[in-house]
Design a protein around this ligand. Structure first.
Ligand code: ATP
Ligand code: MG
Length: 257
């Protein structure tokens, strides 16, 4: 998939965020281009979720500049282009009164009230979103009764229902078994490669997706950007520093000590 290197989707310059006189993010600059698949790693409390929220305009940075599609964040309106699945999105009450289909429908846009009648195209979009995340056969199921892995896929199907160009996923794998995770990563890879959806994936599981991602950001108050995650030694060093499992990105590891 050719990458569009003209106008970045996100253009972040010198962003700082402090809270309670603590520096949470210092001088973060980054660009994210159409078609990329970026993983963000870093220690607990390193500022990954804060950075995602700043990108989405949900948290106000102390200073710095953010542009989306070339527009200043405050002037940006096309939020349906940006899909976001927050860190704890998939923890829902067991008795939450909605089916998978209901919650995917809720993702469509705010134009619709929950009970409004859908057009044929809108119904198709909901079906397609469920199909892409492999939850179509679960559409009648109550979300509270789903397994962790199923629920996670349903939350992404909901994000897909607004036809986003970029998906920001904050650690959606907590408590999901390895087989389901691998299946989930394969679906993400397909969204990136076949649907050209740009992905920003906050994870602790970078070893497993090393073959899929184009770049790796490490966030620990400061940001370190690694452009060839599979090969760069500094990536190994970063990973060692932050205690990330990196077995499958160690293909070119230097053994001299
Ligand atoms: N609005 C806020 N007020 C005070 N402290 C905050 C605020 N937002 C974030 N923090 C602090 O910023 C730090 C970074 O938090 P953040 O949730 O971004 O980390 P993270 O990298 O996502 O961690 P994890 O891997 O555990 O999800 C934490 O110490 C958190 O307590
Ligand atoms: Mg977090």
């Amino acid at each position: 998939m050719p990458l569009d290197f003209k106008v970045p989707i996100f253009d972040v310059k010198n962003v700082n965020f402090s809270a309670a006189s603590q520096h949470i993010l210092s001088n973060v600059s980054l660009e994210i281009f159409n078609g990329e698949y970026i993983a963000i790693i870093g220690p607990n409390g390193g500022g990954k979720t804060t950075l995602a929220r700043i990108l989405l305009g949900l948290t106000q940075p102390t200073s710095g500049e953010i542009k989306l599609y070339g527009k200043k964040l405050k002037a940006f309106k096309n939020w349906e282009k940006i899909g976001y699945v927050p860190q704890r999105a998939s923890h829902v009450d067991e008795n939450f009164p909605a089916t998978v289909e209901d919650i995917v429908k809720m993702g469509m846009t705010s134009k619709h009230s929950f009970f409004s009648i859908l057009s044929k195209e809108e119904k198709q979009l909901i079906e397609d979103s469920m199909l892409k995340m492999d939850v179509l056969d679960l559409k009648e199921k109550m979300v509270g009764k789903l397994s962790g892995g199923q629920r996670q896929r349903a939350m992404i199907a909901r994000a897909l229902a607004s036809k986003p160009e970029i998906l920001i996923l904050d650690e959606p794998n907590t408590g999901v078994d390895m087989v389901s995770q691998k299946r989930f990563y394969a679906l993400l890879r397909k969204l990136n490669q076949e649907e050209n959806i740009t992905i920003l994936f906050i994870t602790h599981d970078v070893g497993v997706i090393a073959d899929d991602i184009s770049r790796l950001f490490t966030v620990n108050q400061k940001i370190t950007i690694c452009n060839s995650p599979k090969e760069t030694l500094s990536c190994d060093e970063m990973s060692a520093l932050y205690g990330i499992e990196t077995h499958s990105i160690h293909q070119h590891k230097h053994h001299e000590h």
